[in-house]
Design a protein around this ligand. Sequence first.
Ligand code: MG
Length: 297
Amino acid sequence: MRYMVGYLQGQDPTQTSVFAVQGDEAVNLTGQDQSIGTDLMGLINHPDAANHVLGLIDNAPTLPLSDIVPAMPVARPGKIICLGLNYTDHIKEGGYDVPEYPALFMRGLNSMMAAGEPMIRPSCSEQLDYEAELMLIVGRRGKHIAEADALSHVFGYSIFNDGSVRNYQRKTHQWTPGKNFDATGPVGPHVVTPDELPPGASGLKIESRVGSEILQSANTSEMLWPVDKTLATISEYATLEPGDMIAMGTPPGVGHARTPQRWLRPGETIEIEIEGIGICASPVVAEESLLQGGISQ
Ligand code: MG
């Protein structure tokens, strides 16, 4: 199944629904059953989501997918854990050694937004960089998850752009500031359940581009810590909860490692595509233009 959370074009952005996507059409699942709620948590916690949804979409009215504006798939994830340095060639381009343990860090909710929403280049830096990543959403609670059982804890897969402000990332050995500027981490728009993808979403082409300029092009099979190993590793220290998000790291080709360095500029749209999942597109805007418009106060 392919899901999307969003609201209808021109309507109240706070009135979100869960949609089942079929080609370029969608069924409003929340409209069919209010108990599903306004984001994916209702389905994540449902004991038999797949069959319930199949029942709901049978003979249900559809609407054009283009009428829906994406919102965050999970409105308030309990935690957002990100892997750094998970593709060998990206480790090399950053001048790091291949780690023996994944470089884990966290992002807060203020840094995240839905696909399609503006990615904000902050007023204090020009070094806004893109990172194409696979994002997984946890479906089932677990501690000390065994690698062999790990994939059964995944609700679905989506797309993430781990937008990074490089000079702030490197101000200290903790990456927190550079990875947590407001509205730099778009996620979505679709969440695809594991049954529609290869195990662990491995073997999928992953790409980032601005217009016709391809900036990253790799395959999710190149990850050093694939999804099962990552879930086992994280759940050794933290209980994974339904709705938690885990970002799987980026392949080579990021802006800071290019010659000349290639930062995202206001007016551009950065697209991240993962085969079989979709495209996460974000227009880049300057923080100053939002301040002048009085929006972000
Ligand atoms: Mg990253």
